[in-house]
Design a protein around this ligand. Structure first.
Ligand SMILES: O=P(O)(O)OC[C@H]1O[C@H](O[C@H]2O[C@H](CO)[C@@H](O)[C@H](O)[C@H]2O)[C@H](O)[C@@H](O)[C@@H]1O
Length: 261
C-alpha cells in the first residue's frame, strides 16, 4: 500500500503522468469514480451539488459502452449519492466503502457500525452546535463540515480524532474542508477490490479517479490490480496519472467515449 487515508500521503517515487498520455480501452478497462470534486464541482453547501448537464451523456455512454463496468465510490451516503446521480444508471458504494447499492450486491447487516456511530453522535452534535458547524449524519459516517468556518478546522479535526479514538471500529478521515468518523474496516480500496470479483468488472483493468486524500485507498487498490489511479488537482498522491482540473478530466473522458475504442 502506498498510503493510508487520514494520514500523510506518501508520494510515488515518480511524478504522476499527465492524463493526456493515458491510453485506456472501453473493452478492457473498468472505471471507478469519486463524486464530489470529480464528477461534480465542489460547492459551499453539500446539499446543492450537481453533475454538469453537459457531462452526463459521457457518463451514460461510458456505462453502456463498457457493459456496466462503472461504479461510483463516494464518501456520501448511498441514497444521497443516488439522488445526485439521477437519472444516470451508475451504481454506487457509499459511506466510504460501507453501503453497497443493491445492483452491486447490497450491504448486509450494518447494525454494529450504526451502534458505534451512535456512541459518538452526542459529543459531535455538541461541538457542531457550539461552533455553528454543519454535521452531516450518514448511514456509515458522520461528517463535520468547516468550509464556511475554516477558523475551526484544527478544532474540528481534533474533535473527530478524539471521538474516533474512543469508539471501537471507527476511524478519523480528513477530506476537503471536512473531517469525518467512518467505519475502520472499509474504505474505497476495499470497495474496489470487492467489486472486482463481480461479473461486470472481473477480467478488466481498474481505473480509479478522484480528487481528495480519501481517494488514495482507491488509487492504491486499482494499482495493486494492475490498473491505475488518476488524481484530479494538485497535492501529493500515489496515483499514476494526474488531471490538473476537473474540467480537464471531463474533457478527457468525453473524448474517450466519443472515440469509442
Ligand atoms: O468521496 P466523495 O464523493 O468526494 O465525497 C466526499 C465528501 O463530499 C461532500 O463534501 C465535500 O463536498 C461538498 C460539496 O461540494 C463540500 O461543501 C465539502 O466541503 C466537501 O468536503 C459530502 O458532503 C461528504 O459527505 C463526503 O464525504
Amino acid at each position: 500500500m502506498c498510503l493510508q487515508t487520514g494520514q500523510k500521503v506518501q508520494e510515488r517515487a515518480e511524478m504522476p503522468i499527465d492524463i493526456s498520455r493515458a491510453n485506456f480501452s472501453l473493452a478492457q478497462h473498468c472505471f471507478f469514480f469519486d463524486l464530489d470534486g470529480t464528477l461534480a464541482p465542489i460547492v459551499d453547501d453539500p446539499s446543492t451539488v450537481a453533475i454538469p448537464d453537459d457531462f452526463k451523456p459521457a457518463l451514460a455512454r461510458l456505462y453502456s459502452q463498457t457493459g456496466g463496468a462503472v461504479a461510483i465510490l463516494t464518501g456520501r451516503g448511498l441514497s444521497d449519492a443516488l439522488t445526485i446521480l439521477d437519472p444516470l444508471p451508475l451504481p454506487v458504494v457509499g459511506s466510504h466503502g460501507l453501503e453497497y447499492d443493491a445492483r452491486l450486491g447490497g450491504s448486509g447487516d450494518q447494525s454494529s457500525a450504526q451502534a458505534a456511530l451512535k456512541e459518538v453522535l452526542a459529543p459531535l452534535q455538541a461541538f457542531a452546535a457550539a461552533k455553528d458547524l454543519k454535521l452531516e449524519c450518514k448511514p456509515g459516517a458522520i461528517a463535520l463540515h468547516y468550509r464556511h468556518a475554516p477558523e475551526h478546522a484544527v478544532a474540528a479535526q481534533r474533535t473527530i480524532d478524539n471521538v474516533a479514538s474512543f469508539a471501537s471500529g471507527l476511524r478519523a478521515l480528513h477530506g476537503k474542508m471536512v473531517s469525518e468518523v467512518t467505519v475502520a474496516s472499509v474504505d474505497k480500496g476495499t470497495a474496489l477490490t470487492t467489486l472486482m470479483s463481480r461479473t461486470e468488472f472481473a477480467g478488466r483493468v481498474p481505473v480509479m479517479v478522484g480528487d481528495d486524500v480519501t481517494d488514495e485507498d482507491g488509487f492504491s487498490a486499482a494499482q495493486s490490480w494492475g490498473g491505475c489511479g488518476i488524481k484530479i488537482g494538485s497535492g501529493e498522491t500515489c496515483a499514476k496519472y494526474r488531471a490538473e482540473t476537473m474540467a480537464e478530466f471531463h474533457h478527457w473522458l468525453a473524448k474517450l467515449v466519443a472515440e469509442g475504442k
